[in-house]
Each structure stands twice: as structure tokens, then as C-alpha cells.
Ligand binder design. Sequence first.
Ligand code: NAD
Length: 696
Amino acid sequence: MGQTVVLKTVGKVSLLEIDNPPVNAISRAVVEGLDAALREYETSGTLGLVICATGRTFVAGGDIADFESPDFSASAFNDILLRIENGDRPVVAAVHGTVLGGGLELAMACHHRISTQDCRFGMPEIKLGLIPGSHGTQRLPRLVGLRQAAEMMMRGSMVGAVDALDFGLVDDLVSPEKLRDAAIDAFTKLAADPIRRTSAQSISDDGADALAGLEKLAAKRSSEAAFAALSGALIAARDLPFEQGIDMEAQLFDRLVTSAQSKAQRYLFFAERGAARVPGVDAVSVRKIETVGVLGVGTMGAGIAVAALLAGYLVTISEADDELLQAGVGRINATLDGLVKKGRLTEGQHQKCRTMLHKGVGPAALSDVDIVIEAVFEDMDLKRRVAAELGKYCKPGAIIATNTSTLDVNEIARASGRPEDVVGTHFFSPAHIMKLLEVVRGNATATEVLAATLKFARRIEKTVVVSGVCYGFIGNRMAEVYMRENEAMQLEGATPAEIDAVAQDPDLWGMAMGPNRMLDMAGVDVGARTVIEWMASGDGPTDPAYRILCRRMFEAGLHGQKTGKGYYLYEGRSASPNPAVHALATQLAKDFNFTRSAPPSRQEIFERLLFPLINEAAHILDEKIAARASDIDVVWTSGYGFPKWRGGPLWMADDIGLGKIVERLEFYDARADNNWNISPLLRKLAASGDRLSSVG
Ligand SMILES: NC(=O)c1ccc[n+]([C@@H]2O[C@H](COP(=O)([O-])OP(=O)(O)OC[C@H]3O[C@@H](n4cnc5c(N)ncnc54)[C@H](O)[C@@H]3O)[C@@H](O)[C@H]2O)c1
């Protein structure tokens, strides 16, 4: 235990080193180590103390697992921060890497902060439904002002060292090799000046409008923590003495840590990390991926190529002919240009991406790369043909990945002639932005192929979930039942806007977009084509009314945002309901004999969208398509705009109560013409009282 914090004397200065790999998180052992080291320092006669950390980063936060402990308390660490700040000799924080949460709170309790030029700072607690709980809400605005503190706390994003210097968060920037010497040298000057305690500083922008407009940000996130930060902690920092401010912070933190929102977000935090760990798959793969090929550079292929370029891979793209290739290059360049315009990429990085991009025509151009991701049209005959060509041209050991959204990966794998090399990589659109990647493990996929693909996914910064083979994999298979009910309810008289409003209502649910807005964004044509292909394959639904609205909208050219008309009418960035869709639904209801005395109520809309989603997820778990319930929650929160603060569909199901869900499913099943196919697993768990989100 003593090893996590070490106190040394360097010349006339004491140096406290935190050594708790991998990220020097504040754990109980670190708090105890800090306490012991401070006691030793307090009896020393040195000029002051430098606090720093070993390894790749300064303290990058608290140990989140500690929050789950019933006797968790931040008070021991908080007392240490007060001791540091109230000491009679200067304390200098020498920071590098990512200084997050408790790490930043520790640095702010020091009297002077020196940082490396590449260091980054952040308060990510909001992502766990929390506010900083170790005086951060009170010290941060005193250093950077109310407005900047609110931005950092409510967004949870990081700021770079140059900005941090500009805001007053740090006092000096140095190169990494000079960090410790610079901190020790600082005492020459600090010894002559009065000690500068953050808690004693006044807030620079305490005017009434410093926090104006931020309520919108809080409301958008529907986050209790954002409201607590804004209307509780920051107001306290502005209006109350420090001691009362930290009491207020402690009260708010204690309330949030036991809130449903924070529990859901902490569950997801562990779910996302857990999803990338697949039993029996060694993370250290033997197959190296250094070069990436993309076949078919349309919407998805271009995005995938950009994601790989941004991660530093050499990328070769290939198309069916030269003209299509040039169009693909144009799409990639336009995406990179867009990133430069938004400030997410420097001109230099853009140029570097261009030099790392190679091009060719046909599969032969990809004979030398380590992984090929095919993103050609969603057509089984074409996919089979392309797989056979790749099987022939790709070098031995190369991985062949398919970006199909619904087709049978096993069939594509067989067509390649080397099924052990084939894996599914189901990206979401736009592929360089959306975090989710479903990696589809075929029956024959070699373990080392899966391991290498997971490693590749991490390098391109995706949140990865492994799925087995089935129609639509985890995400789109569930989306199918959601869309089925969405469209059925429109034939029963609900409008697209009414349905979307229910899905988006944070008091009921809080989806980022309702199903109709989502279809318009993804392309009604894309959705309809998939349904048409599925029905034509003989494996899909046989009811001629099945998703008839979407199929008819496709035929009528109502393809959503791309054509300016879909469920909504688009003008610039504004959308208004498209009356033609409701009229079409009314006509189809007549044609297909849908009779309802009254359109579905808001509660019915809610239940008919959400409960089939949960039911389908239970089937997916039962069939072992997903290894864990939490993987399914990761898919929906990372790929479909399901609110993170609800934890995902299965966590939300447990909150609602499985018994109630089964009862309502039975009600709709009895009333409907179609079979709702209620999951035996769901029934079993409802009877036993076990949690659905804990399965796996
Ligand atoms: N669009 C989405 O939202 C989305 C999301 C996830 C997955 N997908 C899947 O990604 C794949 C591609 O979808 P998309 O939306 O990018 O389609 P797209 O129509 O935009 O692009 C397909 C590209 O493949 C090229 N192509 C066709 N045949 C080829 C061949 N023989 N050799 C080389 N190139 C060829 C076409 O020229 C075109 O540029 C499909 O399997 C689709 O299901 C799409």
C-alpha cells in the first residue's frame, strides 16, 4: 500500500510521487498513501512540496468502482485537499497526461500548477451523472471563471494545456522532460510571495449573464447532474463563502451518487469496457493490422476509410471502375475538409491523411493489405461475388471484413473460400463519427481474426460489441420490431410527429430522435430496401402489409432528408410534418383493413415502441447472439440515441419492472393479428424477480 505514494527529498524540496498504474486513479490506497506522505512532509523542514505522478499521466480521476461501495465517502480525500491548500509552505502540482476529475481537483488544491504542453484537463463526472465531489465545483470557477467552469463541468470534455494557461487553470507550461525541474525551480520565486490559495480567490466573471443560456445545455442532456452543477454548485460558488460552497457541493454529490440517472450511467461505463472483453479471445492478437483496404467507397466506405486514416493507418481504397474511384476520393476529401472546417483536424493532419491514402480499381488493388473492409451495395449476390474475389486476391492471413447491415455473414464467409478469415464489421453512419461498431463473429471466424478486429476497433476509437450472426445482428434486429410498431401505429391513426414526441419526451423516455426522424436521417430508401430484400429472401415476414408505409414512401421518392421529403419536410435545417405521409397511412389503413376506433394514446405509443424492443433483446440473449445483456444496452446507447441516463433498454426494463412488461406484451399480443412472440427468458425473469440487465 505504501508503494502507491512515495515521498522523497530533492535538494531543499519535498517531492510526492503518486504511483498507481495504469492511470494513477485516486483509490483508498492512494488516499491513505497521501495521508501518510503529508504527515511525513508536515514534520519536514523543506521549502515546500511538489506533487506529481509516475507513468503516462497525472491522476486521471477517481476509482469509479469505489462509488458502488455502500460506505463510499469522498471526505478522507477532501480533508487531504484542505490540508494541502491550508499548509504554510507552497505546494506545486507538476502535471502531465490527462488530468481528470479528482486529479484536477488535487491540482487545484495546490498553490501553483505547472503542466506539460501536451497535457489535457477535464471534469468528466457529468458522464457518470455526477458533479465533481472534491471541491472542484468551488475551486474551478475561482480559477477559470464561472462560464468556463460551467462549460467544462456540463460538457465533460477536455481542454488542452494552451487553453488551460489562457483560462488561468495552470500557471506555466514546459516540455515533459523539464517538468520536475521546473516545479522544483518554481520555489525560488514562490518562497518570496504570499501563498496563493485557490479557495481565497474571487471569481472573475460573477456577472448575472455568465451562466445565461446554459439551461438549454442542461435541458438537452436531461441531466440532473448538469442542473445540479448549474443551479446549485456554481451559484453557491458565486454567492457563498468557500466553506459553505463545499458543503453545498457535498450535499448535491451525495444526492446524485444515489440517483437513478447516475446509477444507470455508471452501469454503462462498466458495460462499455466489459463489451470489449470477449471470453476466450486473447487481446494480444497474432495477426497484425497495419494496412487497411476498403472496397466500395460510397457513404459507408468513405467514412470507414476516414476513420482508419485518422487513426494513422495506411489505407488503400478500391472501386469498381476509375470514375467511381474518383467519386470515392471526392467523398473522402470532402469529409476531411469538413473536419478541418470544424477545427477537428489541422491542415497538416489533413495533408498527412492524403499521403496515407492509396487507390486502385478492383479487388487486385487490395492484395497487399492486412484487412479489407468491403462496403459494396447490400445485395447478397454481389456480396458473395466480391467475397470470392477477395478470398482469391487477399494475401494469406489477411482479414476479410464485411460491412453488411443485415445479410448472413456465414454465407458471405463461405463464398470467400476461407471462412476463418471472415468477420463482420457493422459500422454506423457516418462511420467516422458514430462510436458503435458491431463486430460479427461468424461460425467459422478464427479467434485470432476476432481478436485482431477488436484491437483494430479500439485503435479507430470505436465502442465495440460482439454479435453472433442473425438478421440485423443485435441493433438492427431490435430496430426492426421498433419500426414495425412505429409504422403499424401510423396506420392506426398516430402521426409520425406524435410518435416521435413520445420517444423523445425525457419524462417518459428521452430518445435523441424518434423513429421517424431516425428513418428520415438514415434514408427511408435504405430502410425500405432492406425490408424488401428481407421479404424477398423468403426468410422475412409474409404479411403484405408488413412495413408497407415505408415501402410505399420509398416508391414515392419520399426518402427523408436526402430528398428534402420524408416523414417530415425539410427546408435547410428545419423540419415540419409532411401531411402526405399521414394521408398515405390513412389510405393504406383502408386498403389493408386496419380498424381502430381511436388512435393509440401516448402511453400505448410508449409501450408499443419500447416493450417489443426489450422482448427482442431477450430473444437475442437467449439465442446467445449477444453474450451479455449489458452489451445490448451499449449497442442502443452508442448507436441508436437511446439516452445514456436510462442505461439502455434492458436497464430501463428492470426499472419499469419485468412483470409489468410481460403483462403489457400479453395484452398487445392478444389484441394484435401478428404474433408478439413473447420471450420465455423474459417470462422466466419476470417470475423469478431477477434482473434482465444482469444476464450474461
Ligand atoms: N448507409 C448506411 O447507413 C449503412 C449503415 C451500416 C451499414 N451499411 C452497409 O454498408 C454497405 C454499403 O452501404 P452504403 O450506404 O455505403 O452504400 P453506397 O451505395 O453509398 O456505396 C456502395 C459503393 O460500393 C461500390 N461498389 C459496388 N459494387 C462494387 C464492386 N464490385 N467493387 C467495388 N465497389 C463496388 C459502389 O460503386 C458504391 O460506391 C452495405 O452493405 C450497407 O448495408 C450501410
